[in-house]
Design a protein around this ligand. Structure first.
Ligand code: UFG
Length: 328
């Protein structure tokens, strides 16, 4: 039986496919390749198409015996979601509805879901617990919360069990150096900083230094991408053992400000990385730091690259060897 990975050619999806293959799992990938890269797949069977295309998804479910789904396919940019919420509701919420309808029709009862810290909004306290209030400050987080809630009702009605993994800030690249982060256009902090170190940009723009944080810049909890992949596989295992639907945070529990991230990148790359202060970006909460204690206790998850310097080194290795990402 196979695991279907939607969005499997994307950044986190491709790292999870690599880890599944390393564990000898049979992997089927669905990706419309809007953001994903064919070259990011180190194996598995790719179906190029969209989860909202019913006839296409029928083919996927009919040609393979799908045991469980790991659902990454979604748009995921906070800033963009504030400019174009319809794009997020359509691909994320409607796309998930289409997927859950197919899972119902084909009797697939397990789903691991790529959720986000953006579901919480501005936290009441840090570190954030899974039981904390969810009040998103951006449309992206709102759509992910809607997708989680949808899964709950499909569980109630159709016994589709879900594990929702709320990641904090994914970063870094695979240890093999073969796959890494490549978004076009790039909007994430660490790859942009490393593009400055590669001489591809003149400076890093810091979006706001008047937040209620120690140095005024936003604080985030960075987590290595293969530590995220490990958690998805542990979540599949939990569902295989008959585990109930649940929600888990994935972070390292330590916050780094934008200024601190830049400083670590200077140390790792040896480049001065000029920084320019700019206005706030819409939708950004000041601080997002996870408590992942429940994840560790219930899934047995243990991060392998918990330090930001280590995470940065794997990202720097990827960016140096792939200065144009997957394009030559
Ligand atoms: N930032 C800058 N300059 C840049 C890019 C980013 O100052 O050029 C700042 C942002 O304003 C933010 C921080 O760096 O304060 C991190 O920004 P990213 O865009 O790298 O990441 P986000 O925190 O916005 O979002 C990421 C994922 C989301 C996820 C979220 C959870 O993209 O999918 O982490 O914390 F929901």
């Amino acid at each position: 039986m196979a695991i279907l990975v939607t969005g499997g050619a994307g950044y986190i999806g491709s790292h999870t496919v690599a880890e599944l293959l390393a564990r000898n799992e049979e992997v089927v990938i669905v990706d419309n390749l809007q953001q994903g890269h064919r070259e990011a797949l180190l194996g598995g069977k790719l179906y190029e198409g969209d989860i909202r295309d019913g006839a296409f998804m029928d083919t996927v479910f009919q040609e393979n015996e799908i045991e469980a789904v790991i659902h990454f396919a979604a748009h995921s940019l906070v800033g963009e979601s504030m400019q174009n919420p319809a794009k997020y509701y359509h691909n994320n919420v409607y796309g998930t509805l289409c997927l859950l309808e197919k899972m119902t029709a084909y009797n697939v009862k397990k789903i691991v879901f790529s959720s986000t810290a953006a579901t919480y909004g501005e936290p009441e306290h840090v570190p954030i617990l899974e039981t904390d209030r969810t009040l998103p400050t951006n449309a992206y987080g709102e759509t992910k919360l809607a997708m989680e809630k949808m899964m709950r009702w499909f569980d109630t009605a159709h016994q589709i069990k879900f594990v929702s993994l709320r990641y904090f800030n994914a970063a870094g690249a695979h240890e093999s150096g073969r796959i890494g982060e490549d978004h076009a256009p790039e909007s994430h902090l660490i790859p942009i900083i490393l593009q400055v170190a590669l001489g591809q940009r003149p400076h890093i723009s810091v979006f706001g230094d008047d937040y209620a944080t120690p140095d005024g810049t936003c604080v985030r909890d960075y987590i290595h991408v293969t530590d995220l992949s490990d958690a998805h596989i542990l979540a599949v295992e939990k569902l295989r053992k008959g585990g109930d639907s649940s929600i888990y945070n994935l972070g390292n529990g330590t916050g780094f400000s934008v200024k601190e991230v830049i400083e670590i990148a200077r140390k790792v790359t040896g480049h001065p990385i000029p920084a320019v202060m700019e206005a706030r970006r819409a939708g950004d909460p000041a601080t997002l730091v996870a408590s992942s204690e429940r994840t560790k206790a219930e899934l047995g998850w243990k991060p392998r690259h918990a330090h930001l310097e280590q995470i940065m080194e794997t990202a720097w290795n990827w960016h140096q060897t792939h200065p144009n990402g997957y394009s030559l």
